[in-house]
Design a protein around this ligand. Sequence first.
Ligand code: ATP
Ligand code: MG
Length: 564
Amino acid sequence: METGFIEEENRKNNFIKNIIAEDLEKGKNNGNMITRFPPEPNGFLHIGHAKSICLNFGVAQEFKGKCNLRFDDTNPAKEDQKYIDSIISDVKWLGFNWGEKIYYASDYFNRLYDFAVELIKKGKAYVCGLTAEEMRDYRGTLTQPGKESPDRDRPVAENLDLFGRMKNGEFEDGTYVLRAKIDMASPNINMRDPVIYRIKKMSHPRTKDAWCIYPMYDFTHGISDALEGVTHSLCTLEFQDHRPLYDWLLDEVSAPCHPQQIEFARMNLNYTVMSKRKLQKLVENGHVDGWDDPRLPTIAGIRRRGYTPAAIRNFCNIIGVSKKESRIDVGLLENCLREDLNEVAPRVMAVLNPLKVTIENWSEAGITEELDALNHPQKPEMGKRKIVFSKTIYIEHDDFMENAPKKFFRLAPGREVRLRYAYFITCKDVIKDKEGNVVELICTYDPATRGGDSPDGRKVKGTLHWVSQEGSVPAFVNLYDRLFLAEDPEAENDDFTKNINPESLVRLEGCLVENYLVDAEPEKAYQFERLGYFCADSKESSKEHLIFNRTVTLRDTWAKVSQK
Ligand code: ATP
Ligand code: MG
């Protein structure tokens, strides 16, 4: 993978890097630094996760430490192997490397159980038989302290016996839980004797039927961090109130070390929703076509849309890491993408709404000529390709106007334009159907302008993209746009799906693309000259049935609209 994309100067907008740099300077943790990215495999990753991935793997790379990929797979009810697979593929695609081993919290189930027993023996955990409803009542509120469970002072021996029997499957779901014995009067509700184990008679994707009790997230997370020697446990702000519990647990059990939890603000983007629960709703209710729908902010979706990993990494660097919640303009993400694609995307020609042009003075139909086209006008190292000119060519319907104003620099009766890399043509005649729609233009070409150069210094104002009949193949083009019309889709409506943009996908048929694109690599963006960036769809496009997805427009059209 590329190195150096995390630049020194980016430390300014990343307070966590400063903390780590200081710790290393002071020789804390024996000069080690280990982070982890801990997704729960209950959905696909989204661009918010990319921020966490870039942060955790990024600092490990920069400080020559290590970042573990660890699945937080403690809730078999919601987790699935297909999510594990997609997460692995997404992290890899983003360009990060987790070393030889993938970690799973479920690999620690035995050790976690032993730590729970240790807490019981110390009198710091007890088996509680309150029902879920009673437990809620006993918990108290933000303003009122909780009430102690009648089971709170159960003798150690009895707790050990009951916990062992929970593990052996003697009790049904919901009859008992194991709770940490902390403080029912704590102002922090997380500290009011939180549940650390529950009975769930359910098969687990990895441990199958070995367990019928599963540890809770808070118990699992800190101990897993410690078992892996994590030094800096970076998580989002909603875990700030869990930190006292994280620290309490690690102080009470004989964990090998005590990692430092540091919280940062989640990334939010406008014109989209981010949480897995909401994305799932869009997928399950058929608002989009699966988790990898190119309109979703999932990594799988934006990848299918033609985004590059470099653009996403650059975006994450620019937005930085802070403690302040904010909603980032998706326009910034799109600009990072444009910047990268402008450098790396090959240029090609395609006509989305073709208008037939017959070159009257071309020798005869069927005779073709090959011309050279640059794959990137500013980058000769990207090479050239052959394009085909002939008697029948197609231009964009919009590039012709019958009664054109003076400032219209494209084609109109009697006017001359340049066809990119080909010839100057002049419009001689306009053919219409019965309804008066323009269906064909009759033009002449000037053989002396081959390659698009003017021999006599004659100037034309417009240069049009085009394809020829012989040099092109038909294609479908998906014009994707923002999935939501509202900046904050959840703000004004209780049902965010009411804000879906009905034109978030417009499918065009009968487009024509250069022959060269028959072999377009799926998910690799090309610039269709003057139109935007497009890539072949990785799921549905084939040589016989080409389908291109619009990755992004050439300019930010939304910015213009909102300035009006
Ligand atoms: P969601 O709330 O979207 O369902 P999650 O937090 O439940 O996401 P996890 O699988 O638990 O998803 O997250 C893995 C890691 O990614 C966590 O450390 C979490 O803090 C981080 N993360 C999740 N969403 C964001 C976000 N929007 N911005 C930054 N980090 C995020
Ligand atoms: Mg979660």
